[in-house]
Design a protein around this ligand. Structure first.
Ligand code: SAM
Length: 279
């Protein structure tokens, strides 16, 4: 396992992904019933943007550094988790586990899976005193089969793999099929990078093939697509909460101004079935 997320923390794809995650969490909190979040590829939880790894790539310059005072009108939950993390130290950036943990109420639960032994141990140390959070040093795709459905019967599976392997979309497709069989009503949010690949199309097709009837696909690219470099990223969302599409459009509009260079593009639309019709 060569991938270390610390090199990419706080970049433009993170802003889109984490802001969207925080919007889904806001929506889950609207009802008093408890929810569970399974984060299948957790990473470190919190990143030091002054670290050697982050400094080497300086990816935050096109990401979190462009958010003036950390504000984002369309995703207030994201802005407040950024502020809460920075209150500990100015250079810290919250990953998906920390953004989710900050959104939990006493009745909610977070399950984190991380396969890298060092990062998994660090994650375990970080959250050992929070009884709402459990950390598993295991394969997150397998956890979908082993840990679902949750007792709460309400919540979210967040799938954010490194896309290091050639068959990552295949693994995602198999995980979605397993998830649909075990917990058909859960919300599934899958992130993918946009370069020259067909990731989004393949994951969207896999979600439909798995049997999800309501699938949303959202993409945000602050850079023009040249087929080689990272132009942006996307999300495939199965069972999206009511009005999430509208909230994601507002987010993309705002991010276009903040992160774009005049040629930002975005789309938020329902998935298409194999005959080209909307589901
Ligand atoms: N979700 C994190 C966030 O938003 O802060 C970032 C996750 S990073 C993109 C992907 C992580 O998944 C890496 O830390 C990597 O070590 C881990 N990983 C890779 N394959 C995995 C697997 N099959 N199961 C669990 N973790 C895995």
């Amino acid at each position: 396992m060569n991938y270390r997320h610390a090199f990419h923390a706080g970049n433009h794809t993170e802003i889109f992904k984490h802001a969207a995650l925080s919007i889904v969490l806001d929506m889950l909190r609207l009802k008093p019933r408890p929810f569970m979040v399974l984060d299948t590829h957790a990473g470190l939880g919190v990143y030091d943007l002054a670290s050697r790894e982050a400094a080497r790539t300086n990816e935050r310059a096109e990401g979190v550094e462009r958010l003036e005072n950390g504000g984002l009108r369309s995703a207030p939950g994201y802005a407040s988790s950024l502020a809460a993390t920075r209150a500990d130290a100015e250079n810290l950036y919250p990953g998906s586990p920390e953004i989710t943990r900050l959104a939990l109420r006493d009745v909610d639960r977070l399950i984190l899976c991380e396969l890298h032994p060092e990062d998994g141990e660090a994650l375990r140390r970080r959250y050992r005193s929070d009884p709402r959070v459990s950390v598993h040093l295991r394969n997150g795709y397998e956890a979908i089969g082993a840990l679902l459905p949750p007792a709460e019967r309400r919540g979210l599976v967040f799938v954010d793999p490194p896309f290091e392997k050639t068959d990552e979309t295949g693994a995602i497709g198999r995980a979605l099929a397993k998830g649909r069989r075990r917990w058909a009503t859960g919300i599934y949010v899958v992130w993918y990078p946009i370069k020259g690949s067909e990731n989004g199309k393949e994951i969207e097709a896999a979600a439909i093939e798995a049997g999800f009837a309501d699938v949303l696909r959202a993409e945000f690219c602050p850079f023009a697509r040249n087929g080689l470099e990272l132009a942006g990223s996307g999300l495939v969302i199965c069972n999206p909460p009511w009005t999430l599409d509208r909230r994601l459009r507002e987010l993309c509009e705002e991010l276009s101004t903040i992160l774009g260079h005049g040629d930002a593009t975005w789309s938020v639309r329902p998935a298409f079935n194999e005959w080209g019709g909307e589901r």
